[in-house]
Design a protein around this ligand. Structure first.
Ligand code: USQ
Length: 383
């Protein structure tokens, strides 16, 4: 399949590109290097020094013999996106080209406006490019479980059937996002659903939980192919942060009471889910939603697991509950459905002790690069 990955330089974008390329798809990637620039501006650069996208594609070609086409530019610029569509002629597009960090979106007015503009304009441009250049192309948008929030009822997969005064109707599941970033992911979903109904485009929204992991099968051969791996307070996700904190000898930063529960998945499962969605496209006019995670854990459970895994490697890991910089429920009901991707054939990777010790051992090789100043949270939800 000809697949275009928007945001192909990021934590998920580049591993997805290699994964699909190795499995015989013809892959093109586009990126504006937002994440790299933000890392320099905010002083939160990734653990590994990552070659630029052209260099990574060249390296991948030397190792795998396969070509990944690279386009550097901004998806919010329609002329750029139109050029990419004309050249790549995609049958499937993976949309990762959004500002992905909740703390970033809560830094202040400028970051809020950037997040809103980037995430909604990129999605709107994509919809129009599909309609103009590739009407049959399937959009796979990376969504987030965070759009649902933590309601006191079970979370369904995208839709909720409501019975009201004796009549029934199926609505999109109500959204209660907990950051401006998560709000934009709810808004882009509404926009995609709208155009599915009006223009009959095909869309799959992958409502993903926080991802963990560094190495994938494709990057295993050469660390220069590894993903952009952040452990800072802005771009790092919680388990990746805890792994680096454990290696650095920093107490694990549990925010508040630590009862916050989310659905987690290994980066390897993200890649498999995206391919499954591409291989089984939504129908014209269908806005299909999958809840993309494998297991649920509270922050306390994750911290305890890292302490245990640390013992295997002789690390004495401590836990420190610090005031929560976010506004979120610290104890809550959480029971989200996630059957769609399993029914398409996902074989999940679980968070075992071996996975955790593997991550700790990998990060330990880069211990000298860990910057302790990146660890404590700087962004508060309430200024
Ligand atoms: N947390 C801590 N300590 C930390 C970091 C985080 O206790 O040092 C807590 C947070 O308060 C939160 C939970 O861990 O309750 C998850 O935080 P996170 O930073 O791993 O995840 P989040 O900000 O929600 O965002 C991440 C990705 C985002 C994706 C989302 C999926 O950055 O792109 O959409 O995970 S979800 O959380 O399901 O919305």
């Amino acid at each position: 399949m000809r697949v275009l990955i928007l945001g192909g330089d990021g934590y998920l974008g580049w591993p997805t590109a290699m994964y699909l390329s190795r499995r015989g798809h013809q892959v093109a990637v586009a990126d504006n290097y937002f994440r790299r620039r933000a890392g320099m501006e905010l002083n939160c650069e990734p653990l590994l020094a990552v070659p630029n996208l052209h260099q990574r594609a060249q390296l991948w070609k030397e190792i795998s013999g396969r070509q990944i086409d690279v386009f550097i530019g901004d998806v919010c610029n329609y002329d750029f996106l139109a050029k990419v569509f004309r050249e790549a002629d995609p049958e499937g597009v993976v949309h990762y080209a959004e500002q992905p960090s909740a703390p970033y979106s809560m830094m202040g007015r400028e970051a809020a406006l950037f997040t809103l503009t980037n995430n909604l304009v990129s999605t709107c441009n994509l919809i129009h490019a599909v309609a103009e250049f590739a009407p049959d192309c399937h959009i796979v948008k990376l969504g987030t479980m965070g759009v649902y929030g933590t309601p006191n009822i079970d979370i369904e997969e995208g839709y909720l059937e409501v019975e009201h005064q004796g009549r029934k109707h199926k609505f999109l599941y109500p959204k209660t996002p907990g950051s401006l970033y998560h709000l934009t992911k709810s808004q882009d979903g509404d926009m995609l659903y709208f155009y599915c109904r009006i223009w009959d485009i095909r869309v799959t929204d992958l409502n993903q939980g926080p991802v963990y992991g560094i190495v994938t099968e494709e990057s295993g051969a050469d660390d220069r192919l590894a993903s952009i791996f952040n452990y800072d307070d802005i771009f790092g996700t919680v388990l990746n942060r805890f792994i680096v904190q454990a290696v650095a000898g920093h107490p694990l930063t549990v925010y508040g009471e630590g009862g916050q529960t989310r659905g987690y998945l290994n980066i390897k499962d993200t890649l498999a889910c995206v391919e499954l969605a591409l291989l089984h496209p939504a129908n014209p006019g269908e806005y299909r939603v999958f809840n993309q995670f494998v297991e649920t854990f509270s922050v306390n459970e994750l911290a305890d697991k890292v302490v245990e895994a640390g013992k295997e490697l002789g690390l004495k890991v401590k836990i420190n509950k610090i005031p929560n910089p976010r506004r979120e429920a610290e104890e809550h009901y959480y029971n989200p459905a996630h059957t769609g991707l399993l029914s398409l054939g996902l074989t999940p990777h679980y968070l075992t002790g071996e996975v955790l010790t593997g991550m700790l051992a990998f990060v330990r090789r880069y211990r000298e690069r860990i910057c302790p100043g990146y660890i404590l949270p700087r962004v508060k939800w309430q200024q």
